[in-house]
Design a protein around this ligand. Structure first.
Ligand SMILES: NC(=O)c1ccc[n+]([C@@H]2O[C@H](COP(=O)([O-])OP(=O)(O)OC[C@H]3O[C@@H](n4cnc5c(N)ncnc54)[C@H](OP(=O)(O)O)[C@@H]3O)[C@@H](O)[C@H]2O)c1
Length: 290
């Protein structure tokens, strides 16, 4: 039996991993939450990781409030960077393999083709910068680490764009939504499945754990405007959606205009079939409706 520690199991991704953990029968899972393990308590973080001989550690914690991070850089750095170094250093000592999650915001969004893992990073925000530094420290501190960069994450659990658009669509007759930012919506359930697939492949020997950075999002591309229309159509919401430009919706943290991720590497190495974003949206909305 292998031991897996999931840190931050109450977030969108952590929750979806917990929901699917039964699918990995050769493993025994331990889950921590913000209440049981605040990752800024570095001593507790170290002790928790070292307490048991974990085979895998999945880190789902993050400071994800992108705009607020601009004025809370110190806290964002503690969670997104320093805690990741502690996870890496401790896991290196205990020989636990680490799977960590990062973001499309490590790029500046000026590309004209989907970003590959080796593309130049140039974050424009405190969130993106602290996530990038977390990536670098993890790779430096622990050779058995996988980093999955993802984008536009949503699920039926927690707060996210999908749930906000459903709420606003029901409350209002019309909404302005940005159409000049393009990316790939990603259902956290699919990302959770991909993470468990990586571990299952390592355990079965079908594909050994291959450290490094990988890109993962759902297939296909959309703007926030397209994404909103799809959500409203599926939910039968008849709110008028007006496409607007980013300059008409200024935010403290600028968003990348283009953050589509190229997923060829993870698909090839891990033989993954990734669902189309609209199909996964349908799955998530069905969960929300039930
Ligand atoms: N959400 C997106 O659109 C998006 C896009 C690209 C990449 N990502 C990345 O994907 C990963 C998963 O994101 P997500 O959407 O699942 O995030 P999330 O829902 O915000 O979950 C993050 C979890 O971390 C917890 N947390 C925050 N500070 C903590 C601390 N000091 N100690 C322990 N736990 C703490 C949060 O607790 P509270 O909720 O109580 O604060 C929350 O449960 C993250 O690495 C994120 O950077 C997300």
């Amino acid at each position: 039996m292998k031991n897996i520690l999931v840190i931050g199991s109450e977030g969108q991704l952590g929750h979806e991993i917990k929901n699917r953990s039964n699918s990995l029968q050769q493993a025994r899972f331990s889950f921590t939450t913000f209440e049981t393990l605040d990752v800024t308590n570095f001593d507790l973080l170290k002790n928790t990781i070292a307490k048991q001989p974990y085979d895998y550690i999945i880190n789902c914690t993050a400071y994800t409030a992108v705009d607020k991070a601009e004025s809370e850089a110190e806290l964002a750095r503690k969670i997104n960077t320093e805690a990741i170094r502690v996870i890496g250093e401790t896991a290196a000592q205990t020989q636990a393999k680490v799977i960590h999650v990062s973001t499309d915001y490590v790029f500046d969004g000026t590309n004209y083709r989907p970003y590959i893992e080796e593309d130049k990073t140039a974050p424009n925000t405190v969130y993106g910068q602290t996530k990038l530094e977390g990536e670098q420290l993890l790779l430096q501190s622990h050779s058995k680490s996988i980093i999955l960069r993802t984008s536009w994450l949503y699920s039926s659990h927690g707060n996210n764009f999908v749930k906000t658009m459903i709420r606003l669509g029901k409350e209002r007759d019309a909404l302005n939504v940005i159409y000049d930012q393009v990316g790939s919506p990603t259902y956290a359930g699919d990302l959770a499945q991909a993470i468990l697939h990586i571990i299952a492949s390592d355990l079965s020997g079908s594909q050994a754990f291959q450290p490094g950075i990988y890109h993962y999002s759902n297939e296909g591309v959309a703007s926030w405007y397209d994404f909103t229309l799809a959500i409203h159509q599926a939910m039968g919401i008849s709110c008028q959606i007006h496409p607007i430009e980013s300059k008409d919706y200024p935010t403290p943290a600028p968003r990348p205009h283009y953050s589509v991720l190229n997923k060829a590497k993870i698909k090839k190495i891990y033989q993954l079939q990734i669902p189309y974003w609209k199909d996964s949206l349908t799955k998530c909305l069905a969960e929300l409706k039930s």
